[in-house]
Design a protein around this ligand. Structure first.
Ligand code: CA
Length: 458
């Protein structure tokens, strides 16, 4: 394959994608066809685009990273790829294109055609089909386009051509496939997790070393360490905008890395992970800027870590998605009382704290989300139920991947001892569900108090 090819896929992977397409095809039902476009390029400002990122569903089914491409898969599994034609002029400016001639051998698709012919090619694929599937949720703007293609088929009715009478949402089918990761995906996610862990270690060490040397350390310096580690290891992007929050900024949940000084005596919360070959990692660590936890910081950190331990212990195949969250709440509720952050004369027992959500000024987010190609990955969080029935949290299966990320964010408030004010702590690891429990794939970066202090002293 050409060395300049802008793809993360090698021919040896093509069997993986073919198997996924076959599974999807089998789920489409008879006489159906699925259309899966990749993502559009998006302008950032004049003459400059945002870095291109393919559509996750599309990439999941073919591993092809070029823009202006679309898959058409029928119920037999026959797959057509629409892709950019070879064009020397465009390739000089924008980069190498695989082109329709080489695509079948490189990607294992049955047919490849010039994507400029899409408005003729797709209607042909729809002729005499009953159902057309396409991703409603991620490509809502496609609706008019699909209607136009169907109009073209309908216009041939008098020639005896049948037009599909049903449009269905492909997201539901693909979400259910993607929520359980295969071995190919898990291998990539483990690599992404290891790279991200390396980035967190660099940032921790930069903080301690810089402060010890009397340097001006800013949040963006620590972000630079993360970005260096991600790119140096070959990850294409951060999976989301990195959060690097020094001191009180940690209590702003979606704070970005800014230019605030990282001060000795403060905590730093970093929530950052790379995207490698289409797969996200998502790690949060909170550490003392100078490498040593203070007493109150240590107390809150130990509580958050204990709540994470409880969540990890509750994560296994057969448990429900909500179980880790409930385990977290049980530990946090008791700990908030024990530390005097909540006053038991006012809020009662740990059970009362949970029932009345008295923890919510300090813990306002959920403990987990799915993780995969998208950092908040696709997949339902509840089991399907009949209309009118109460929803039930999803039953975990081996191969599902979720974050486990409890936290406490203590803004100054009248009843809370001042020693805890402005402490914001989150600890987040990525867990692969297994039959007996879960595998934490992000523990190359330490999480225990002693281990963090030792790493930062090194
Ligand atoms: Ca995160």
């Amino acid at each position: 394959m050409n060395a300049l090819l802008n793809t993360h896929t090698t021919p040896s992977d093509s069997g993986v994608y073919a198997a996924r397409r076959a599974r999807l095809a089998a789920a489409l039902g008879p006489n159906a066809v699925a259309i899966i476009p990749t993502a559009p390029e998006r302008p950032r400002n004049r003459d400059a685009d945002f870095p291109y990122r393919f559509d996750s569903y599309f990439f999941y089914l073919c591993g092809f990273a070029e823009p202006n491409a679309c898959l058409v898969i029928d119920a037999s599994g026959h797959t057509s790829l629409l892709c950019q034609p070879k064009d020397l002029e465009r390739e000089i400016w924008d980069g190498y294109r695989l082109g329709p001639e080489d695509a079948p051998s490189a990607l294992g698709v049955d047919v490849a055609v010039d994507s400029n012919t899409i408005d003729d090619f797709v209607p042909q694929c729809l002729e005499n089909k009953a159902v057309v599937w396409w991703p409603f949720a991620t490509h809502a703007a496609m609706s008019q386009r699909v209607d136009g293609w169907l109009d073209k088929v309908r216009a041939k009715a008098r020639a005896g051509v049948r037009c599909p009478d049903t449009q269905r949402d492909l997201c539901a089918l693909l979400d259910d496939m993607r929520v359980v990761k295969d071995t190919h995906e898990l291998a990539t996610m483990r690599r992404a997790a290891a790279i991200s862990a390396g980035g967190h270690i660099r940032a921790m060490q930069r903080s301690a070393k810089g402060l010890l040397a009397g340097a001006d350390v800013r949040e963006y310096h620590l972000e630079a360490e993360l970005l260096h580690a991600f790119r140096d290891a070959g990850a294409q992007f951060p999976a989301y905008t990195s959060i690097v929050a020094a001191g009180a900024n940690a209590c702003v949940l979606h704070y970005r890395a800014g230019n605030a000084p990282v001060k000795s005596g403060d905590l730093v919360l970093i929530d950052a992970g790379c995207e490698l070959d289409g797969y996200a990692s998502d790690i949060t660590r909170t550490f003392p800027a100078n490498g040593r936890f203070s007493g109150p910081q240590r107390d809150v950190y130990a509580l958050v870590l204990a709540s994470q331990d409880a969540a990890v212990a509750a994560t296994r195949a057969g448990a429900r998605f909500n179980d880790p969250h409930e385990a977290t709440l049980g530990v946090l509720a008791q700990g908030l009382l024990d530390l005097g952050i909540l006053n038991k004369d006012k809020v009662g027992t740990a059970n009362d704290v949970i029932a009345n959500k008295s923890y919510s000024p300090f813990y306002m987010h959920r403990t987990s989300h799915w993780l995969g190609m998208d950092v908040h990955d696709c997949g339902a969080y509840s089991e399907p139920v009949a209309p009118g029935e109460a929803t039930q949290s999803r039953i975990l299966k081996a191969g599902m991947v979720l974050t486990i990320e409890p936290g406490l964010y203590i803004r100054p408030q009248p009843d809370v001892p001042a020693a805890f004010h402005h402490i914001g702590i989150r600890i987040e690891d990525d867990a692969v569900v297994t039959d007996g429990g879960c595998e934490l794939i992000t523990r190359d970066v330490p999480v225990a108090i002693d281990a963090i202090e030792a790493l930062m002293a090194a």
